[in-house]
Write a protein that binds this ligand. Sequence first.
Ligand code: GDP
Ligand code: IMO
Ligand code: MG
Length: 431
Amino acid sequence: MACLVVLGTQWGDEGKGKIVDLLAEQASAIVRFQGGNNAGHTLVVDGDKFIFHLVPSGVLHQDKICYIGNGVVVDPEVLLSEMAKLEAKGIAAGPDKIRVSERAQVIMPYHQALDLAREKAKGNQAIGTTGRGIGPCYEDKAARVGVRMVDLLEPDTLADKVETNCATKNYLLTGYLNSEGIPAEPIIEQYLEFGQRLAPHITDVAVELDEVLSDQGNVLLEGAQGTHLDIDHGTYPYVTSSNPVAGSACTGAGVGVTRLEKVMGVVKAYTTRVGGGPFLTELEDDNGRWLQEKGAEFGATTGRPRRCGWLDMVVVRHSVRLSGITGLAVTKLDVLTGLDTLQVCVGYKTADGEVIQRVPASLKQLGACTPVYEDLPGWSEDITGCRAYNELPANCQSYLERLAELAGAPLAVVSVGPGREQTIMLDDPWS
Ligand code: GDP
Ligand code: IMO
Ligand code: MG
């Protein structure tokens, strides 16, 4: 029996979906604990590509229960459509397979309207959100006016909440954000209907996870986004509105902290970021274009091209620190094949010339920093067929070993392609 957290150490899109799919083999339950359909987790199995936004990435395995925890913000329409798409492909997605916490917050149409209108109003200061209503939904949770999954099953409660919320949101939308208001009535009707359809899936996730763990089952907790998009620890305000760090797995799924045993940090072998915000190792030259094109770096949710740059180990080291990461899963190593020299950021030089190993909270201070690089030799051999560590070229092994040394955590998994089988396991993450 073990609880294993998988999370992103950078700005998201590290390849968490692929790693979760792999590790799910030995899990009884897979749980999303934060974020919402801002996530886009890609799996490639037998050449077939699947992108999940809300449904946990363990869903392709039979006999596993996939949970959406209380810490997630759920767009019911997206959840229903992901389940329908799975069933259309012959993959089970019924209530035995996919369950959602009665305490999870619901993304409402006014959340999305607010998200889009606010971003528009910010002009070139926009965060570059995914426009899915994530921020406004978490705001309502903190303001204690949010709609929870359980409310979709209680017509009076839902009607009360939606009417009050529509009044305040419409005031903001029309009076301040120069946008359209949204009538309450159709929302109430539609969301009650969503509630009817989702009712068999709605449950007390914390109670069920406790049962799984008591029956000696393994629980895999699937993070979304990345540590540097964390609302507390990321490059605020260019962050998402939840906590992708490991500690949040406990609150967002409802498992006790003493039950978490291992934390796997997923590290892309270089860095990408979607949306606005600081990115010290960003490349706007041929190397940047190489990573973007060879890595097919387009957002799995919005299709936006991802910004690309060298591996920033100050960022990764901070994630190891924040989440107590016990093993690293390094992905997309194959994308670096063919580059003569690889640069790795090992420190930040501040405006007064000091080299620091941490990310300053002030964006002004961070913006004044320049990356301190170490050069490592590249490799030219195709590594996509490697299935054992010693099959990797010597320079590739050196890159990985330096990465682990700088991170302060051991290597556990190396990924050399998008396919499930294009993986080298160095350690049994469940042992
Ligand atoms: P996530 O949000 O962390 O799950 O990551 P995304 O799915 O958004 O983005 C990762 C992308 O890289 C997906 O298209 C994966 O199929 C792909 N991918 C994952 N691991 C590897 C790898 O080792 N090599 C290559 N070339 N692609 C990978
Ligand atoms: P996965 O789980 C990459 C980014 C957005 C934006 C910021 C805030 O696939 O790694 P939001 O819509 O959350 O309010 O947007 O966060 N962002 C992601 N970037 N991967 C993600 O998820 C992301 N989820 C949100 O681009 O900069
Ligand atoms: Mg993604």
